[in-house]
Design a protein around this ligand. Sequence first.
Ligand SMILES: [Zn+2]
Length: 509
Amino acid sequence: MTQAADRIFTNAAVHPLTAEDSGEPTAEAVAVREGTIVRVDSAYEVEFLNGVETEVIDLEGQTLLPGFIDAHTHMDIVGRYVAEADLSGTTEPEACLDLLADQRDESEGWILGFGYDESAWGGDYLTRDQLDSVSTDRPVVAYREDLHLASVNSVVLDEYLDQMPADDVHTDDGEPTGVVVEDALDVLREETAPGPEGMREYLLAAQAEANSLGITGVHDMVRNSPAPRVYRELDQDGELSVRVRINYWSDHLDAVIETGLRTNHGTDRVRVGGIKTFTDGSIGGRTAKLSTPYADAPEEDGSWVVDPETVQNLVERVDDAGLQMTVHAIGDSAIEATLDVYEGTDGERHRIEHAEVLRDDLIDRLAREDVVVSAQPNFLKWARSGGLYTDRLGDERREASNRFGTLLEEGATLAFGSDCMPMDPLFGVAQVVDGPTAAQSLSVTEALRAYTAGGAYAGFDEDRLGTIETGNCADFAVLDESPWESNDIADIDVALTVVDGETVYDDRE
Ligand SMILES: [Zn+2]
């Protein structure tokens, strides 16, 4: 007699998203016992596992996929978007100022906003004068979407200008404009960093947001933050509803090595990922390192945030310690330098984050090497004709950027994440299914696999996560509509999110 299931999800269009997935549903039902998938089959066959104590969930024809894994995110930022002013999606500076004014009225101390994108209104960053209209006695900071640039008011400049490297402070006629970049942000981060209590609030808000988007796993990038401690406490308290892979910033490498943490150590819910560093900055801030200058600034070709020699030394230490490495590299020179460093190592699955400005020779190398391209399909929103990358890169490099179709065709390994711009897998999938060019596009199945199995592989989790198969963890996203049949994938509602067989989000009627 076969043991009964704890839960049966039936009457669904089940897409396992294995390597063989053709895009057609291959099953109608999934049975779960103790958090593990024990059967994927027709509704008729799975019904044999329906015992007296089995809970049956009728999905009424909805689409059941593996839960999404966001392979590059910053959960504290996602939480801040919920708790502070969320400036993403604004289309004019006035809207940002209104949101910051609302935040001023609801808070004390720092007035923080996150996620503005000046390319939505013609390219001018927010200025100190504009932010002074929000407050002249409390500090105001509006972070650009990429977090490499922020706009601040006069209170912030009066108090902290002397702690900011002059090179990273924009000026006009010698006067700071209120726009600060890169290392000038360090002092702001330190001054506004949440303690454990604040972080707990941020992370709980972020995981609720993640679950509502069908996300069951995240690879979080953490630096000087109580997040690792808070994650482990939430895990112990049974309050964690996403699986978390912690990628520690390189300034924690000594501590990680000394305390004996190694890649994949941890529990079912919280594991150690790799060590993260930057090489360059961002395209928006013209700090991504390019082999030829910016189209809209012929004197500039970006800058090293961390120079190649330092990265080389770091990667050698990380590799020797048996840890995974993950390197932020956006410009083609930065990608090239990172590949040069990786080629000299024998570590497994080192990652390149973003890898945006691609050349054919780089695509060849990314396909050949044992590296994971951890990319953001949502960034294609800037790679459309007339978008930010048209200005910064010109059309030729814009169309050569983020060539996910070519990368996959050539044999590269893709793991998709959002970098929280915004956190939303279906928005990313919609962007890449309808990419600006064929070379930048993927099929629905390929895109969904990069957002599930791809993240699982990047996290050494392919034997338990990322596909709907017997023996895997029962982590699911149930969608209201099939993405293979939808005209508007970004608008599809997540109906149900399941982690370890337990419902963590339910939006069904
Ligand atoms: Zn990031």
